[in-house]
Design a protein around this ligand. Structure first.
Ligand code: MF3
Ligand code: CO
Length: 250
């Protein structure tokens, strides 16, 4: 598949979608609390997007039935929203993609429900740092492998692991475009980064083993050893002035 470089105008389009996603995550961060269900979160996100002229691009994508993925504790990604109330101490990753005038932006964020523990605090901190170290390498002339290496090194230094089964991706008019963005591997290898590429970086970090399995619903991915996972994802434009995070909200 050909690599589609984006113009400044194209990137403005993706940024508009990114602003909706960012504002939605910010709103969620104030609403998530023990007793809230992931189904309620899913309804909130869909309404939030529609009220701002965007649509939830995940809904109907390859048959996926919801606006968000809601992945609790040992679910690494692609969890189905359901009617179980979240409990204090849980962690939940909310992944969403907004489509605004045909342009897509994608961001996932892991939240602590109620009271954290030292273990969940550290997992979220390391996962977020992994993402940020990867983003720092998203420069023209670098390689996909430079991003993956930085991400993996950060996680493994803390004794954690990166789930290699899921990768980031180019994004634009389509949710998933070329190239694949691996979150591991040697530096200096893979696709060369160019100005005008827009990609997601979205490492999933676990405290245990990196192997996962897909549940019988065909989507929900869990760690085989039951260890918990966190994921932070941004949509990032590669420019000569450095990486621009199009879904930033913090
Ligand atoms: N947002 C996810 C990603 O990062 C896509 C999840 S699959 C879907 O690629 F079916 F839910 F869209
Ligand atoms: Co993504």
């Amino acid at each position: 598949m050909a690599l589609e470089l984006k113009t400044r105008e194209n990137i403005r389009g993706i940024r508009k979608a990114g602003r909706v996603v960012a504002a939605c995550h910010k709103a969620l961060s104030n609403r998530l609390a023990p007793g809230v269900t992931t189904h309620e979160i899913d309804r909130f996100v869909e309404r939030f997007m529609l009220d701002r002229g965007a649509t939830p691009a995940q809904k109907g994508y390859k048959g996926y039935p919801f606006a968000t993925c809601a992945s609790v504790n040992d679910v690494v990604c692609h969890g189905f929203p359901d009617s179980e109330p979240l409990e204090s101490g849980d962690i939940v990753t909310i992944d969403m993609v907004a489509d605004m005038n045909g342009w897509k932006a994608d961001s996932a964020w892991t939240y602590i429900i109620g009271k954290s523990t030292p273990a969940t605090d550290k997992l979220l901190r390391v996962a977020q740092q992994s993402l940020m170290e990867g983003i720092r390498k998203a420069l023209p002339g670098n390689y996909i492998g430079d991003i993956g290496y930085a991400v993996q090194r950060r996680a493994e230094r803390e004794g954690y692991n990166v789930v290699s089964m899921f990768v980031g991706h180019g994004i634009g008019r389509n949710m998933h475009e070329y190239p694949e963005v691996t979150h591991y591997g040697p530096p200096g290898q893979g696709v060369k980064l160019e100005e005008g590429m827009v990609i997601t970086i979205e490492p999933i970090v676990t405290t245990g083993r990196s192997e996962v399995y897909i549940a019988r619903d065909g989507w929900t991915a869990r760690t085989v050893d039951g260890s918990w996972a966190a994921q932070f994802e941004h949509t990032v434009a590669i420019t000569k002035d450095g990486p621009i995070i199009l879904t930033r909200w913090e």
